[in-house]
Design a protein around this ligand. Structure first.
Ligand SMILES: Nc1ncnc2c1ncn2[C@@H]1O[C@H](COP(=O)(O)OP(=O)(O)OP(=O)(O)O)[C@@H](O)[C@H]1O
Length: 518
């Protein structure tokens, strides 16, 4: 099943040329070769899952096709014709649609206006009532029946914003649709609806490239799998003929450990005998909108991991930001070791005692234009006391290596890292020193299997070292595996809270999250 250059692995052996063909495609960023001699085809109506560890080059390859990056070598063809798009608008005109990991939506405008802006050449205010907008809103209604076209985009959850972006692209009448990790911010029910739409597109002859880390996505809708590692295609095969173990081994290299236990989740740390409340929220309220936190009272002990389960957009961000001290409370208070830390400005001389891994770290967790070293120094990487200028380049490189941030180049701008590596950089900074409390909002979103297990190991180590951990997640299996207690957040309120016991099931938790509907 391993790739060899002589293996053309053309999807469709018929005489008509494949819809898309990559042949020896090369893309460099300075000294880094992000895509190295990539060759494969995608047939009309075929769904190809493009897999690989963080930084493997998946997004770069697709952005090179889509006209975001000029290639440095090789050839790309659409329906047999060589192409080289200078910008995405040209790719769109040739029938290619792409949904990125980061969205191109304007939070201040309504859903309808955001969709109207998607059509090149049409002034958006004229397009509002047009056929395209009606079509895309129709798609959106299939994906997410509850979204109001007249709602301001900024009031929607990340998952809902992703669906708006998807509806926009799915309605472009594209021949090829590229989806970059579409399900990482979707609820299970939203993901199921998306799978249905992908299958419908494929039945209509549309080719789909699905960049993903989720094997569930592959099983739900991929015809074929192409695996990249460190800029090269290292394997491929028909999805139906590959087991999960085959795919994981291909992604991670053929190590025996990867094959036997790819997740390698850490053990849940034992709860201390005497529970000493360390992080306490008392009736915390940030506002009255559905995405605000309302009247939240929680107590997390030293060494305890409290999971917050809930569908994104149900107050998680507000809750995390309130505890992190970057959102005002309209009522209530937050205490750390008995001391009120809310309602007072952060004291820059205080060693920062809360580690915070925010949702959407590219937007909220890094300064894109600053170097990796500077981003790490936004908090000191060494024990909370060492000043940034005292940290040597060797220490920064070591820190980047310890957290597997690739490439580990201190001077590189953080904004040029791949999605998963941005997340690892933020986690390095926030868990690199002892913290009294650790807040993590969806910390494994967009991470590959190995990186996910790594993040969980850091979280467990932080708890063992005495942090009170507040962990917001939609990964129900992981919550059940690693949290000591789970609180369920719905419409900004805690609707249930219980210790994790063997009889607590995933479906029970899912039903609590959605108010009884899965
Ligand atoms: N604009 C850029 N400038 C410099 N380097 C870049 C740029 N974009 C990507 N890279 C680098 O190219 C490599 C491949 O990144 P890419 O985003 O394609 O990976 P990926 O497989 O999509 O990863 P992930 O799953 O983490 O999103 C990474 O090392 C990344 O740092």
């Amino acid at each position: 099943m391993q790739y060899s250059p002589s293996d053309s692995f053309t999807a469709n052996q018929a005489k008509t040329p494949p819809l898309v063909s990559f042949s020896g495609v090369l893309k460099r960023f300075g000294a880094l070769t992000a895509c190295d001699d990539i060759s494969f085809d995608v047939a009309a109506g075929e769904v190809v899952a493009l897999l690989g560890e963080n930084g493997a080059g998946k997004s770069t390859l697709m952005k090179t096709l889509y006209g975001v990056h000029p290639p440095d070598g090789g050839e790309m063809r659409i329906a047999g014709q060589p192409i080289s798009f200078a910008r995405p608008a040209d790719a769109m005109a040739a029938g290619i649609g792409m949904v990125f990991q980061t969205f191109s939506l304007l939070p201040a405008l309504t859903v309808r206006d955001n969709i109207a802006m998607a059509w090149p050449g049409t002034p958006w205010h004229l397009g509002r009532g047009g056929r395209h907008v009606a079509g895309a809103l129709n798609r959106l209604a299939q994906l997410a029946p509850g979204i109001d076209a007249n709602a301001r985009l900024g009031t929607l959850s990340t998952g809902e914003q992703q669906l708006v972006e998807l509806a926009k692209v799915l309605n472009l009448d594209a021949r090829l649709v590229i989806l970059d990790e579409p399900t990482s911010v979707l609820t299970p029910a939203e993901a199921e609806r998306l799978y249905g739409l992908i299958r419908a597109l494929s039945n209509d002859g549309v080719a789909v490239v699905l960049i993903t880390h989720k094997l569930a996505d592959v099983e739900a809708c991929a015809d074929r799998v192409v695996v990249m590692r460190r800029g090269r295609v290292v394997g491929h095969g028909r999805a139906a003929e590959m087991s999960r173990g085959d795919i994981v081994a291909m992604m991670m290299g053929d190590s025996a450990s990867a094959r036997s236990d790819p997740r390698r989740l850490p053990e849940k740390p034992p709860l201390p005998e005497k529970l000493r409340p360390q992080l306490v929220l008392r009736e915390v309220t940030t506002g009255e909108s559905p995405s605000d936190a309302k009247n939240i009272t929680l107590s997390i002990a030293r060494g305890e991991i409290l999971g917050i389960a809930g569908v994104t957009g149900n107050g998680q961000s507000a809750l995390a930001e309130a505890v992190a001290g970057i959102r005002d409370l309209v009522a209530g208070e937050v205490l750390l070791n008995g001391e009120v830390i809310s309602r007072r400005p952060l004291d820059p001389r205080q060693p920062l005692r809360i580690g915070y891994v925010p949702e959407n770290p590219r937007e909220n967790g890094i300064v894109s234009g600053l170097s990796l070293a500077a981003n790490l120094a936004l908090r000191s990487i060494a024990g909370g006391r060492q000043r940034a200028r005292d940290v040597t380049t060797d220490q920064v490189v070591q820190c980047l290596k310890d957290y597997d941030v690739r490439p580990p180049e201190p001077g590189r701008a953080a904004g040029t890292l791949s999605g998963g590596n941005v997340q690892k950089l933020v986690i390095a900074r926030e868990t690199g020193a002892p913290r009294a409390a650790l807040l993590m909002a969806f910390p494994t979103m967009g991470l590959d299997i190995a990186a996910t297990a790594f993040v969980y190991r850091r979280m467990v180590e932080a708890a063992r070292a005495g942090s009170a951990v507040l962990w917001i997640s939609e990964e129900l299996d992981d919550l059940l595996e690693l949290a000591h207690r789970i609180a369920v957040l719905r419409a900004g309120r805690i609707v249930d809270e219980r210790a994790v016991t063997p009889d607590l099931t995933r479906s029970e938790l899912g039903a609590l999250m959605t108010g009884g509907h899965s």
